[in-house]
Ligand binder design. Structure first.
Ligand SMILES: [Zn+2]
Ligand SMILES: [Zn+2]
Length: 118
């Protein structure tokens, strides 16, 4: 019988999984999937004001799905998405031609696709 290797708790904070060495497979997969996410930063007061003004003139969701629908069937837009995916800190963060109005659920769907890949 080869000596049984001692199991250790995964070094990721809050993860209780026992693993032979290093991070557990789940955390390794998460670390691989994690990318720099500039679109989580820069959503400050200036951005909120700019996006609120944009929504006044773009009241309906402009996502790819809704763009196919007659206006009456579209979701009401509550958020402004950056088409380039870089958020307010991107080079076109405050360029309205880089914005599209989106409903919360459609924006979440797009963000999830960007984060996890398609
Ligand atoms: Zn873990
Ligand atoms: Zn939509």
């Amino acid at each position: 019988m080869p000596a049984r290797k001692a199991m250790q708790v995964c070094p990721t904070p809050g993860c209780p999984t026992l693993t032979p060495a290093g991070r557990c497979p789940t955390c390794q997969a998460k670390a691989r999937a994690a990318r720099p996410q500039p679109n989580t930063r820069g959503y400050n007061t200036a951005w909120r004001k700019a996006s609120a003004a944009y929504l006044q003139t773009h009241p309906y969701c402009e996502c790819e799905t809704c763009a196919q629908l007659p206006q009456l069937q579209r979701d009401l837009a509550t958020e402004v998405d950056h088409i380039d995916g870089l958020g307010p800190l991107g080079p076109r963060g405050f360029d309205p031609t880089n914005w599209q109005a989106m409903s919360k659920r459609h924006h979440s769907r797009k963000t999830a696709a960007e984060t996890w890949g398609t």
